[in-house]
Ligand binder design. Structure first.
Ligand SMILES: [Zn+2]
Length: 130
């Protein structure tokens, strides 16, 4: 699914907030059940439980936050959808390879990737150092 479609589902405001949550790594405990359902916690000011399901290529969202009473697809749903999509971009061969690297090798690899992406470097830095 493209960002454009998520933006249409959630509205631009919620999409941008969800994108920020995703970039800051606020989505945790992602679980994937067999019937194309995903559950996770999204930790903003409070933690909310989010459930997404894929129905004919379209996301259906449910969230425990108060904002989702008014919209089916809140910023927490956006953050989870982006996390799932990012995860799917790493194919299994790459994941298997990453699993075999040492921590030092991973840090070196991350350092090289971030050198090419200064914006992501700033996100990581504020995530780690506050
Ligand atoms: Zn929510």
């Amino acid at each position: 699914m493209q960002h454009q479609q998520l933006m249409e589902l959630a509205g631009e405001r919620s999409f941008k907030r969800g994108l920020k949550y995703f970039q800051q790594g606020k989505v945790t405990d992602i679980r994937h059940s067999l019937d194309n359902q995903f559950q996770a916690l999204v930790n903003g000011r409070e933690s909310y439980s989010v459930t997404l399901s894929l129905d004919d290529g379209n996301w259906q969202g449910e969230c425990s936050c108060p904002a989702s009473d008014h919209s089916d697809f809140c910023k927490h749903c956006v953050a989870l959808a982006l996390s799932i999509e990012a995860d799917e971009q790493l194919d299994s061969a790459i994941k298997a390879k990453l699993n075999r690297l040492t921590k030092a090798e991973l840090i070196e690899l991350l350092g090289r990737a971030l050198y090419e992406a200064p914006e992501q470097y700033q996100v990581l830095k504020s995530e780690l150092l506050g």
